[in-house]
Design a protein around this ligand. Structure first.
Ligand code: ADP
Ligand code: MG
Length: 268
C-alpha cells in the first residue's frame, strides 16, 4: 500500500465513523462509489456532496414510508393497481385515482364508500390509504368494532384523552365496516366523540354497507346520529357503489366454466 492509499484509507475510516454516528446509512452505503465516479469523471466537489446527500435523503424517505406502512396496521396488502375497475363499473375510477393523490387528506376532508358487501370497499380504502402514505402522510386502519373496543377499554382505564391524542397523530384514519353490527350505547357514544374529535382536523375514510337513513339502527340515538352524519358528510366525498359481489361473480363464473374450486391465485 502506498502512502497516498494509506492516507485515503484512514480518511475513509473517519468518514465511515462520522456517517455512522450521524446515522446516515444511505450516504455511508454510496459515498465511496460516488467518490470514485466523481474522481473518474472530474465532477466538482459540490456536485459530489449533493449526490451523497441525495442518496441519504432518498434512503430516509424510503425508510419513513416503510415505517408508516407498518404503523398503518393494514390487515392485508391491497393495492389500487390490483383493483379491476372494468369489473366494477359503478366505481368512479378517475375520482378514486384522484383521491389517492391525497389532496383530500391535506384539506381534512372525509371519504365515505357506501355499498353492499363484496364490492371492493375495503380494497379501495386500503389502496387509497396506501397511496396516501406514499405521498408522505400518516394513515391507520381500524374496524368499527376494534375502534369501539379500544375506546371502551381506554375509557375504563381513564385513558380516553391519551387514546384520542394517539389517533390524532394520523392524517387519515380508515374505519372499516360501519353498520355490520349494532353498537352498544356506550360504544356508540364514544365513536360519536371520536368522530367529533377528528372533525375538520383529520381525514376519515369510512366504509359502510348502510345507507345514511339506516345509521340510527346502528348508532341508536337518532339525534346523535344526525349530528354525526352532519359532521361526517359536511366536507366529504361520498362514493356509492352498486352491483354484484366480486367474489360471488368470480365463483359463479368458475362454476359456469365447469371449475367450482377457487384457484389459490384468486384468493384474497
Ligand atoms: P367490501 O369491503 O365491499 O365488502 P372487499 O374489498 O372486501 O369488499 O372485496 C372482497 C374481495 O374481492 C377482496 O378480496 C377484494 O380484493 C376483491 N375485490 C372486490 N372487487 C374487486 C375488483 N374490482 N378487482 C379486484 N378485486 C376485487
Ligand atoms: Mg369490507
Amino acid at each position: 500500500m502506498t502512502k497516498v492509499e494509506l492516507e485515503d484509507a484512514v480518511h475513509e475510516m473517519a468518514v465511515d465513523a462520522y456517517l455512522r454516528d450521524l446515522k446516515m446509512p444511505g450516504a455511508l452505503r454510496e459515498y465511496r462509489e460516488l467518490a470514485r465516479q466523481a474522481a473518474a469523471g472530474g465532477t466538482g466537489h459540490v456536485v459530489f456532496l449533493k449526490e451523497v446527500l441525495t442518496c441519504e435523503m432518498e434512503s430516509r424517505r424510503r425508510n419513513q414510508i416503510a415505517q408508516r406502512l407498518r404503523d398503518a396496521r393494514f390487515p392485508y396488502p391491497k393495492n389500487l393497481e390490483d383493483f379491476d375497475f372494468t369489473a366494477a363499473p359503478s366505481v368512479p375510477k378517475a375520482k378514486i385515482l384522484d383521491l389517492a393523490r391525497g389532496d383530500f387528506v391535506r384539506e381534512h376532508e372525509n371519504l365515505v364508500l357506501i355499498g353492499p358487501s363484496g364490492l371492493g370497499k375495503t380494497h379501495l380504502g386500503l389502496g387509497i390509504s396506501r397511496q396516501v402514505i406514499q405521498q408522505g402522510y400518516r394513515a391507520r386502519f381500524t374496524t368499527t368494532l376494534a375502534l369501539m373496543d379500544e375506546l371502551l377499554s381506554a375509557q375504563s382505564h381513564f385513558e380516553l384523552p391519551k387514546c384520542l391524542r394517539l389517533w390524532s397523530r394520523f392524517d387519515l384514519i380508515m374505519v372499516d365496516e360501519i353498520g355490520y353490527v349494532p353498537l352498544s350505547t356506550d360504544g356508540a357514544r364514544l365513536l360519536f366523540q371520536f368522530f367529533a374529535e377528528m372533525y375538520e382536523r383529520r381525514s376519515l375514510l369510512l366504509t359502510t354497507n348502510l345507507e345514511f337513513s339506516r345509521w340510527p339502527d346502528v348508532f341508536g340515538d337518532p339525534v346523535m346520529t344526525s349530528a354525526l352524519l352532519d359532521r361526517l358528510t359536511h366536507r366529504a366525498h361520498l362514493i356509492p357503489l352498486a352491483g354484484e359481489s366480486y367474489r360471488f361473480r368470480q365463483a359463479r363464473d368458475r362454476v359456469r366454466q365447469g371449475d367450482p374450486h377457487p384457484s389459490a391465485a384468486s384468493e384474497a
